[in-house]
Design a protein around this ligand. Structure first.
Ligand code: GLC
Length: 468
């Protein structure tokens, strides 16, 4: 008990130390405070990283920092229509921001990816912002904030960006490589599951927060339609279990027109042999990506957990994902919860898919590393599916190491035995995820801040719409 308290106290102190102040007000948390590594951009507040801290602050009854964060990030949203390619598109949210001082005055500067390694676009930021805004409203009852004209306008711009301009005609969102937590080249361009799960949760949050006046009513209608098509599409076409694998295995290629069974023209030869061995019994999961001629069979942690939490997965799919997690515990959780993706790409695949990225070598970092931040998502998914014992098991594993290892960003090796080769220490979302997990297990009702109830959609109208 004493040791446990020490752990919580240490985590709490480390989180407090990570708070970023702007003009005397707390506005976020820095990504990491590793005394032994160069800061690079880890001294900035990342929008996606702050969600873990923000949830904990809300659970602690400390909403001010979350409110400040939501307002400041909204001010940084790109507001003007842009024809200039080097400017962020209208509606985009930054990946991160920092406080700079000029002539004795503090300012916030935003990075929309232009300063990040490889200049990747942070598509997930606007979704996380919406998800956190809804959590803030749920925790405080302060719906007025979300109803303010600047907030409504910000939400309209996000929806405009996601719903209006597009190159394709799928309900899923088309994005470039590395546009979310995995922010390096990893073959996650096109229609990656993580983006679709966050997009879905963000649409549901927007539906709760939008006022029906003016453009609001048009967007509310558009959200309704998009949610139903997106749900059908992901549940049906991303789903993988033994039965579905068998269907894909017997697919005919080059079918033409609306009645094609193999709608995306996936050739059965693309089924990787490991997946046939890997799937068993009741286990199943949502594929990493789905596009023309392509299913990415890799298992991605955040996308699958978020699909459970937001009810993008059906209740029975959610049970099957948790069953898989239990069956494949050593591979997906191992010595640190949990894998960002499984399996790693190796050999020639690693060269082709990552561009021979030395940071993403097999079983390291984004390429099959274990990320403690995923612990709170695992816990929320476990609570949602009634599998709370899995969350306790995962937490017990994390608790044995996190403090001694100084809260690393990620772990390496097939089973997460080693501290990540280039992992930062005192990584804030690692610390916050531990605290959120403790809080969720002590007060399971907190799950309402982040989860959405299952909705039923009219399958038939979707099937027709998708085949037009
Ligand atoms: C790395 C991670 C990214 C995270 C950032 C700050 O770039 O890939 O997901 O947001 O570090 O922690």
């Amino acid at each position: 008990m004493l040791a446990e308290n020490t752990l919580v106290k240490e985590a709490y102190a480390a989180l407090e130390n990570a708070i970023l102040y702007y003009r005397g007000q707390p506005v976020g948390t820095v990504a990491a405070r590793d005394p032994e590594a160069a800061a690079l951009n880890y001294d900035q507040c990342f929008v996606r990283d702050f969600v873990s801290s923000g949830l904990f602050f809300l659970m602690q009854g400390k909403p001010e920092i979350v409110r400040n964060f939501l307002m400041e990030v909204l001010r940084l949203q790109s507001r003007e229509p842009q024809l200039e390619c080097f400017q962020p598109g209208q509606g985009l949210f930054p990946a991160s921001f920092k406080v700079v001082e000029r002539e004795g005055e503090e300012y916030l500067t935003a990075d929309f990816g232009e300063q990040a390694i490889a200049q990747v676009a942070p598509i997930d930021s606007c979704f996380w912002w919406l998800i956190l805004l809804r959590a803030y409203v749920k925790a405080t009852g302060d719906l007025k904030l979300a109803h303010r004209p600047d907030f409504q306008h910000g939400i309209h711009l996000i929806l405009q960006l996601c719903l209006e301009a597009r190159f394709d005609m799928f309900p899923t969102l088309l994005v470039p490589d590395g546009s979310f937590m995995i922010d390096r080249r990893m073959g996650v361009y096109g229609y990656p599951l993580e983006i679709q799960a966050l997009f879905y949760a963000a649409l549901r949050a927007a539906r709760e927060l939008l006022l029906p006046s003016g453009f609001g009513s048009t967007y509310l209608q558009a959200i309704e339609t998009r949610l139903s098509h997106l749900t059908y599409h992901v549940r049906k076409y991303y789903w993988l279990d033994l039965k579905r694998l068998n269907e894909i295995y017997r697919y005919k290629g080059d079918e033409f027109g609306a009645l094609a069974v193999n709608r995306f023209n996936v050739y059965s030869d693309t089924i990787p042999p490991w997946s046939i061995e890997w799937l068993m019994g009741k286990g199943g999961y949502l594929a990493g990506n789905l596009g023309p001629g392509q299913i990415d069979f890799r298992f991605f942690g955040l996308g699958n957990l978020m699909a459970i939490i937001a009810s993008l997965a059906t209740a029975s799919q959610a049970q099957a994902i948790m069953a898989l997690l239990e069956q494949r515990w050593q591979e997906l959780v191992g010595y640190m919860p949990m894998k960002i993706c499984f399996p790693a790409v190796e050999g020639q695949d690693w060269r082709t898919i990552t561009g021979s990225d030395p940071k993403n070598i097999p079983w390291s970092y984004h390429n099959g590393g274990n990320w403690p931040v995923l612990l709170w998502l695992l816990t929320a998914a476990a609570l949602k599916t009634g599998k709370v014992e899995l969350a306790h098991r995962a937490l017990a594993i994390a608790e044995q190491r996190l403090l001694d290892d100084q809260w690393p960003e990620y772990y390496d090796d097939r089973n997460g035995r080693l501290i990540g080769k280039e992992a930062r220490k005192y990584q804030t979302w690692t610390i916050a995820a531990f605290l959120v997990t403790k809080a969720l297990l002590a007060n399971p009702e907190y799950i309402a801040l982040i989860s959405f109830d299952e909705e039923s959609f009219n399958e038939e109208s979707n099937a027709t719409a998708c085949s037009v």
